[in-house]
Design a protein around this ligand. Structure first.
Ligand SMILES: [Zn+2]
Length: 304
C-alpha cells in the first residue's frame, strides 16, 4: 500500500467517524444529547407524574406540551417531535391518545403503550359533533375514549407499565411504584364507596371525558359539550334541559371549577356542580395525587 492510498483510507475513516457523531446530522439543537440521564418523553401529565415518581433522579422526564393545551389534541412542533424521536423511552397513553402520533414515525423499540394491558376494555364513543377548546382547533370525541387514568385501577396498570420500563434505570422503581399504587388504591376504594351511595342516580358531565370513570365507579352519566370557563347560552341550556327530560340529573360534573354564572344558571334549574379534574396537563401548584384527592373529597362532600 502506497502512502497516497493509506492517507485516503485514514481520511475516509475520519469522515465516517465525524458522520456518526450522535445527534448529527438530522437532529436539531434542542434535542437532548445522548449523555447524562436517560431521556424519558411522555404523552400527558399523568404519565409525567408516574415517570417522575417511579424514575426519581435516575431519569429526566420531558413533557413538551404547553400548559394551556389539552395534550390529547396538541400538535407538537418539529423540535418536540425530534425530542420524542431521540428519547430513550417514550411513554404513550394508548387508547388513541396523542392524535399527532398517527402521522409521525416514532422508534418502536422505545415506545411503551401504558394502557396496552387493558386494550380489550377500551370504550368506543359514537360520533358526536365537532367542537373546539383551546388553540387545538376543532375536534370530536368519537372513536376510543381516552381519559383512561381516572379509573384508578387503570391508572395503576399504566403506572405499572412505567415501572417495568424504568427498572433498568432505577433499582427503586418497583418500590416507588408500590407506594404510588397504595395511594391510588385508597382513592379507588373511596370512589367505589361514593359510587355505591350515588346508586345509579342520573348525573350529567360538562364534557365527554368520564367514560372509564363512570364504568369503574358505576355512575350513570350523560354528557354535554361545555367548558368550565364558558357560561352556557340559551341554546346550551336547552340542550341540557332536553337531556334532563329523560335523565333527571341533580349534579353536573365539571373538568375544572366552573364560572359562578354557570353554577347559578344550573342551580336555577335544580342542578348542582361538582368538579372532577382529569388533570391531563400540569396542574398549577399541585400534583396528580393531590388533584385526585381533591376530586375525591369533592365527590364525598357532594354525596355524603
Ligand atoms: Zn372536547
Amino acid at each position: 500500500m502506497n502512502q497516497t492510498s493509506l492517507t485516503s483510507i485514514l481520511f475516509a475513516t475520519a469522515i465516517l467517524l465525524t458522520a456518526c457523531k450522535p445527534g448529527d446530522p438530522t437532529s436539531t439543537e434542542k434535542v437532548a444529547p445522548k449523555f447524562g440521564k436517560p431521556q424519558v418523553y411522555v404523552a400527558n401529565y399523568p404519565l409525567k407524574y408516574f415517570a417522575e415518581r417511579i424514575g426519581g433522579d435516575s431519569v429526566e422526564v420531558k413533557f413538551p406540551a404547553p400548559s394551556d393545551e389539552d395534550p390529547v389534541f396538541w400538535q407538537p412542533d418539529d423540535s418536540a417531535i425530534a425530542g420524542f424521536q431521540s428519547a430513550d423511552i417514550i411513554f404513550m397513553n394508548g387508547a388513541n391518545y396523542s392524535k399527532w402520533a398517527e402521522k409521525v414515525t416514532l422508534p418502536q423499540s422505545k415506545l411503551v403503550d401504558t394502557s396496552a394491558g387493558f386494550k380489550a376494555q377500551y370504550i368506543g364513543i359514537k360520533a358526536d359533533a365537532t367542537h373546539s377548546h383551546g388553540p387545538g382547533g376543532e375536534h370530536s370525541h368519537s372513536g376510543t375514549a381516552f381519559t383512561t387514568w381516572i379509573d384508578f385501577q387503570q391508572a395503576i396498570q399504566q403506572a405499572d407499565a412505567v415501572a417495568k420500563a424504568l427498572t433498568k434505570f432505577n433499582p427503586d422503581a418497583s418500590k416507588n411504584f408500590t407506594a404510588l399504587k397504595a395511594e391510588l388504591e385508597a382513592l379507588d376504594a373511596r370512589l367505589l364507596a361514593v359510587g355505591k351511595r350515588i346508586a345509579n342516580a342520573p348525573l350529567v358531565a360538562s364534557h365527554p371525558v368520564y367514560h372509564y370513570f363512570a364504568r369503574r365507579y358505576a355512575l350513570n352519566v350523560r354528557s354535554v359539550l361545555w367548558e368550565p370557563e364558558i357560561v352556557p347560552d340559551d341554546k346550551a341550556m336547552e340542550e341540557l334541559k332536553s337531556i334532563l327530560s329523560t335523565h333527571p340529573a341533580k349534579w353536573m360534573i365539571w373538568e375544572g371549577d366552573p364560572a359562578q354564572d354557570s353554577v347559578a344558571k344550573l342551580e336555577a334549574i335544580g342542578v348542582n356542580s361538582v368538579t372532577f379534574d382529569p388533570c391531563g396537563n400540569v396542574p398549577d401548584g399541585s400534583d396528580f395525587v393531590a388533584v385526585m384527592k381533591a376530586n375525591v373529597e369533592a365527590f364525598e362532600k357532594a354525596f355524603p
